[in-house]
Design a protein around this ligand. Structure first.
Ligand code: GLP
Length: 627
């Protein structure tokens, strides 16, 4: 059984440590692993590690490499077993877990090759059973896994134990879940290229490990982490089986902790310091769980729902209600750039200067239109000097079929006007050949990547045009970390920051829109956010910089909750339609983002249910720092 260490963790059935950052968590974990390795080495014994892939453990592996290089940690006595491998991929394939592990860890430490074990993605079908049985035996022969590292997929899987995997499951071939394949779509340039099967250790294999740490970062994982930690043990969430392990722990960051009861509803687990934001959160929660508008809450509602402290401190209900109602009311503004010549005491954005230079940063070319299309629409209409900047090319998300379409049309045009089109024909042929040579799981060559990036550029220009932004106001930064990297293992460099510094120095914005503050730290959004953060820190002494407001928006997956919103920009049905139309311009993207209008409608419904005005849709923002 798990140890319960405090009232705040009463809901948690697995010891869960919320670290300040993923980097801090990775460092703490690496330290534990180092101690295991060195104490075993002192006794001339091996340390057996169970290893995971994905973006989550990358910072942990980087820290192990650092310990090896800078502190002399040797891996000579380490034996490793990886959780899983895609079925059908050669070890050399850039997305194979073999290749991932070599690139991210094994090639940089002194582990003997023969100590490394991964399931093979290439065993013929009729030998899969035998291969898996042998893998189990090798683990046992090594003395079992001493320390198992895990990540978690959005379906709650550990390894590739998709929903339905039983407690008794062993190493085997499994069919990947739809959500898992969608999540891997960007890695493979399209869902259709993601392998359908994988070989994975079973739940029971994983639970045989002596010690287990599961890591999770970013708010995308918050829901599934909470299910695993607080929910029932169920094969629908294979990570929940860790509740039955005496030495399993979760290491998570603040983003991934967002949905835990102690974070989300702290008053249910212990005394709370009633800061303004906690108060706002509690009143909104009470209103929505009672299904009653804020202004109709009564003293008994507070008392009967664990909020008696708050009531006695800030009540009676009438006073508390009106206070929060006013705060929420003041978040609503149809003037995201500030309302000129109006009293701005209670408005989210200041009135002056007018017009403003508004910088809309889009980590990938579609993000900004998806998340703030209607707000952009208003900023343009209200006369602000707006600049939309795609920070990365996003080319890795463009489907092959789009490049094929473009090259085929080009080739056809050439047949219509054959004079002087030789170069174009050659180009089209070259692209078509690259596509053909690429095969089922191949990589995009530079020319193909460039074409895909141009296609996406065109789409952003088109989408911007649909929102009234002229071409010259759309800019492409092409940050190098994206061009040089791959999903799940991008690495930010000083060059990235200096590109952002240049942009800021040239445009000198009065307000900036950006996302990624709470995202998985290795995601494009999070790295783009960090580049901005570092650039702003570098420029903090410039006059415009201290006066510049920064508004955070969220990606399409997770809207801000009403208590987190500092600016709620309403959209009329027509404005929402215009945004939906702008979104249709992104034809090349493999995952459609259209349901985002539903997210905006959802926020509007939440405001309505709280007793505020009933709008068609709302785009929401959080203030990153005060002006
Ligand atoms: C894959 C791996 C898992 C990993 C999961 C999450 O499905 N088989 O072991 O935990 O992805 O990946 P990420 O860490 O990139 O979010």
């Amino acid at each position: 059984m798990s140890k319960r260490r405090s009232a705040a963790e009463a809901y948690e059935k697995i010891p869960t440590i919320i670290h300040d950052s993923s980097a801090a968590a990775a460092a703490a974990l690496a330290q534990e692993v180092k101690e295991l390795i060195t104490s075993r080495a002192a006794k001339k014994k091996t340390a057996v590690l169970g290893l995971a892939t994905g973006s989550t453990p990358v910072s942990f592996y980087r820290e192990l490499i650092r310990l090896h290089r800078e502190e002399g940690l040797s891996f000579k006595n380490v034996v490793t077993f990886n959780l899983d491998e895609y079925y059908g991929l050669t070890p050399e394939h850039p997305e194979s877990y073999h290749r991932f592990m070599c690139d991210q860890l094994f090639d940089h430490i002194d582990i003997p090759k023969e100590n490394i074990h991964l399931p093979s993605g290439l065993v013929p079908s009729d030998q899969v059973f035998e291969h898996c049985r042998a893998y189990e035996e090798m683990i046992d022969a090594a003395g079992g896994v001493d320390f198992q590292i895990l990540g978690i997929g959005r379906t709650g899987h550990i390894g590739f134990n998709e929903p339905g995997s039983s407690r008794e499951s062993l190493t085997r071939r499994i069919t990947l879940d739809r959500i898992t394949r969608q999540d891997a779509a960007a890695d493979f340039r399209g869902e259709e290229n993601v392998p359908r099967f994988a070989i994975t250790m079973g739940v029971s294999t994983i639970l045989r490990a002596k010690k287990i740490v599961l890591m999770a970062w970013g708010e995308n994982k918050a829901g599934v982490v909470t299910k695993a930690v607080e929910g029932p043990v169920t094969d629908a969430v294979s990570a929940s089986f860790l509740q039955e392990h005496a030495e399993a722990r979760f290491f998570i960051d603040k983003g991934a902790a967002r949905e835990l009861t102690r974070v989300k509803l702290p008053w249910l687990v212990g005394p709370v310091k009633w800061s303004p934001s906690e108060t706002r959160r509690a009143v909104c929660w009470l209103s929505s769980s009672m299904d009653r508008p804020v202004l109709k809450l009564i003293d008994e509602d507070y008392n009967e729902h664990g909020l008696s402290d708050l009531l006695s401190e800030q009540g009676p209900a009438y006073k508390l209600n009106i206070n929060i109602f006013n705060q929420l009311q003041h978040t609503i503004s149809g003037w995201p750039g500030g309302k000129p010549n109006a009293d701005d005491t209670f408005r989210p954005e200041r009135a002056k200067p007018y017009p403003k230079r508004s910088l809309v940063l889009s980590p990938e070319p579609q993000d900004a239109v998806v998340s703030l299309g209607s707000t952009i629409d208003r900023l343009v209409e209200q006369g602000h000097d707006i600049r939309v900047v795609a920070m990365t090319s996003g080319s890795l998300r463009v489907a092959d079929s789009e490049a094929d379409k473009f090259a085929s049309i080009l080739q056809e045009i050439a047949t219509l006007s054959p004079e002087g089109w030789d170069e174009q024909t050659d180009y089209a042929r070259h692209i078509l050949r690259l596509l053909e040579e690429k095969g089922e799981f191949g990589e995009d060559q530079p020319a193909l990547r460039q074409l895909k990036s141009l296609i996406l550029r065109g789409e952003l220009r088109d989408a911007a045009h649909a929102l009234g932004i002229p071409q010259e106001k759309v800019q492409f930064l092409n940050l190098p970390f994206y061009e040089r990297g791959r999903y799940r293992r991008f690495k930010l460099t000083p060059e990235d920051t200096s590109e952002v510094v240049k942009l800021l120095q040239e445009f000198r914005p009065h307000q900036i829109y950006i996302t990624g503050d709470a995202a998985d730290p290795s995601s494009v959004a999070a790295l783009s956010f960090r580049a901005l953060e570092q650039a702003l820190a570098e420029l903090q002494h410039e006059d415009w910089s201290s006066a510049c407001s920064v508004w955070l928006y969220r990606g399409r997956e997770k809207a801000l909750e009403p208590w987190e919103i500092d600016m709620a920009v309403p959209a009329s049905p027509m404005q929402l339609e215009r945004k939906a139309r702008a979104l249709t311009r992104y034809q090349s993207l493999t995952t459609l983002e259209m349901d985002v209008t539903k997210v905006n409608q959802g926020t509007a419904q939440q405001y309505d249910a709280l007793g505020l005005a009933n709008y068609e849709a709302i785009e929401s923002f959080q203030r990153w720092r005060k002006v």
